[in-house]
Write a protein that binds this ligand. Sequence first.
Ligand SMILES: [Zn+2]
Length: 221
Amino acid sequence: MTKRCAALHCAEPVAGYSTLCESHKRTLRRHGHALQKGITVLELKPFQDRISARRAKNPANPTWELLRGRWEALTAHAKATLDAYANGSPAISYERQTAEQLGTLRTTVSVDVVIDTALAMFLLLEQSPHRIMSDKAFNFQLARRVRGLAEANSSSSYSAKEGRIKRTYKDTPPRVLDCLAESLKVAFGIAGMRLAELEKKDVEGLKAERQQLSDALKDMS
Ligand SMILES: [Zn+2]
């Protein structure tokens, strides 16, 4: 008898020796969890807006400059890895690919956009925990949203069927996504979690204020 896919509510047969069907296996590889749906640009936007608002409210706070410094250090290290590789030093394939992704981001995306996008992912995790299926899935979404900022990470191809140039995103190997996410977490994780806490307090403050108003209105004659 053919085994059924281990993913919840899936009745498809498993793919080869996997415990998952072909489709869930692909999702696991792309998103870090068989049931994880990709976080979209649109979905992340309100959280990025919150970070932008926080930045606008605290422009002189040293956090921003410290985070820029961390990104600079991280991408400079990546550049050094790539230079060494170009000069014949051996490099582990996924580490080299991660360095390439960081190098592309460094040259094509403004540092503040990278920072805001990474920090926004921590806000999303705090406020919409149901959207993230596991730690690994969070890593993959963090890496995917940040790498998606770089135009050069996508390539165009002509779709004969649709008669137009289509932009296609190269599938990044899972190990590269994981490695990229780890680098981003080292650089921005502490700030991301702290800002997520601040946002939570703000939301709770608003709720309490609304409750006070509603209570006060009840007493009004
Ligand atoms: Zn399945």
